[in-house]
Write a protein that binds this ligand. Structure first.
Ligand SMILES: *[C@@H]1O[C@H](CO)[C@@H](O)[C@H](O)[C@H]1NC(C)=O
Ligand SMILES: *[C@@H]1O[C@H](CO)[C@@H](O)[C@H](O)[C@H]1NC(C)=O
Ligand SMILES: *[C@@H]1O[C@H](CO)[C@@H](O)[C@H](O)[C@H]1NC(C)=O
Ligand SMILES: *[C@@H]1O[C@H](CO)[C@@H](O)[C@H](O)[C@H]1NC(C)=O
Ligand SMILES: *[C@@H]1O[C@H](CO)[C@@H](O)[C@H](O)[C@H]1NC(C)=O
Length: 385
């Protein structure tokens, strides 16, 4: 599952002289690279919005957003909405009464501009320190998921409950759905969901996020808009937004529908979150994602060594959707313009690398409002390597 800490490797390879920025040791050369990268990804805003969470959202001219600086997108034609746009993508969710419709904090950008969370030097330095640390060698990733593979897939969707598993600065925990093609270093992937990742945001809130890569996160890809690639279309919803209300075990459940689906005409991969079309990953970014050979739903954790943080709500699956974290109404597309199909018991595979720490259970098709659904998660702890 997509969860690697990767995208700054190329930026910080050599060291020259030592120097201190905001209490962190970085070399002048590194600082220069940081500034250069920031200039590339933070575009001059039409309006800037200071959020109460302390970060800034820039409203950037939709035609001048960072994605269009990507070398592979030189001739890219901006697509304003999916071709053959159908509400089908968005209306498949049945929110039952015990659940609360999740409301993200949104911003209001002027027409013709889109919101982009501003990346700061501190964001980049945090990512750098994480990478620089030799304990990274012992980085551990655990996954508990349901997936289908072996077919030709063009979309994935599902609705996950949202939690905020405690994570220290050396840990991260997430729930996501993804499309993937290729093996090993040739993995091309897009994923979307929520995560807690203190190193990325500087706090332990839960955030809406998406990632992509075209080489298994070795040189390409990043979270949200911290690198060029994603084309933002929505004027109010954006990636990297903190989630204010999270579910409580046995209590109120907040949930979030997500979908990734390919445009039949342009072959771009659209992202839909909370029933809104947010934007897309242009086909040109990928060298091996004309279609996906695998799609999946579930959770993952990352830790610098033991122990692992909790996954989901921190509880194992128990068939009670107010307990363990879930994905409801999951589906995949096996043709670009097809409907979503739920995985049959035959087709669905389950992966869980440390059963003593985490669980995952696939329930197949259940009555409304659940549809094809699963639960995953667990307490983490000393899971071993
Ligand atoms: C990165 O690692 C090197 C070697 O371990 C160390 O000398 C340097 O201070 C580290 N830099 C940061 C910012 O942690
Ligand atoms: C999703 O969006 C569609 C169209 O905007 C709307 O008709 C539908 O009610 C929405 N579904 C939910 C669950 O909000
Ligand atoms: C590296 O990570 C370990 C474990 O989290 C931490 O104790 C140590 O301070 C870190 N070292 C640096 C140079 O950031
Ligand atoms: C897609 O999957 C459904 C359900 O398994 C099947 O009925 C249909 O024939 C498949 N379509 C293609 C194009 O493979
Ligand atoms: C949504 O769920 C409710 C409660 O389970 C059910 O009564 C209703 O028929 C469902 N609606 C749709 C469109 O499936």
């Amino acid at each position: 599952m997509s969860n690697m800490i990767f995208f700054l490797v190329m930026l910080f390879s050599t060291t020259v002289t030592s120097h201190s920025v905001d209490g962190n040791d970085i070399t002048l050369k590194e600082e220069f690279e940081l500034e250069r990268h920031l200039k590339l990804i933070n575009k001059p805003p039409i309006r800037s919005i200071e959020t109460e969470f302390g970060y800034i959202v820039d409203c950037v001219d939709i035609k001048k957003q960072p994605a269009f600086d990507h070398p592979l997108l030189k001739n890219h034609k901006l697509q304003m909405r999916p071709s053959f746009y159908s509400k089908n993508e968005e209306k498949n969710l049945n929110i039952s009464s015990i659940k609360t419709r999740f409301r993200p904090d949104i911003v209001d950008c002027p027409k013709g501009s889109v919101p982009i969370r501003r990346t700061t030097k501190e964001d980049l330095i945090c990512a750098k320190i994480l990478l620089n640390n030799s304990t990274l060698v012992k980085r551990e990733a655990h996954t508990a998921e349901v997936y289908v593979r072996g077919g030709h897939y063009y979309g994935v969707r599902g609705t996950t409950s949202v939690y905020k598993p405690e994570c220290s600065i050396n840990q991260a925990s997430m729930s996501n759905a993804y499309v993937r093609n290729g093996e090993g270093g040739a993995v091309n992937e897009i994923s979307v969901g929520w995560h807690v990742f203190p190193h990325l945001y500087g706090d332990d809130r839960s955030y809406i996020y998406a990632t992509w890569t075209s080489d298994d996160y070795v040189k390409t890809g990043c979270y949200n808009l911290q690198c060029q690639g994603f084309v933002q279309i929505h004027g109010k919803y954006y990636l990297g937004v903190p989630i204010r209300s999270v579910s409580v075990y046995g209590g109120e459940i907040y949930e979030m529908p997500v979908a990734i689906y390919q445009d039949a005409k342009s072959k771009n991969w659209w992202l839909s979150i909370l029933n809104e079309t947010i934007g897309y990953y242009p086909q040109e970014l990928f060298n091996n994602l004309k279609e996906a050979a695998q799609v999946g739903w579930g959770g993952a954790t990352i830790a610098m060594g033991d122990p692992s943080p909790k996954m989901g709500s921190g509880y194992f699956p128990d068939k009670n959707f107010a307990h363990a974290c879930y994905f409801l109404n999951i589906g995949y597309k096996n043709a670009t313009n097809s409907q979503y199909y739920g995985p049959s018991y035959y087709a669905a595979r389950v992966f869980n690398d440390v059963p003593k720490c985490f669980g995952v259970e696939y329930y197949g098709r259940q009555p409304n409002p659940y549809g094809y659904c699963l639960q995953f998660g667990g307490p983490g702890g000393k899971c071993g390597y």
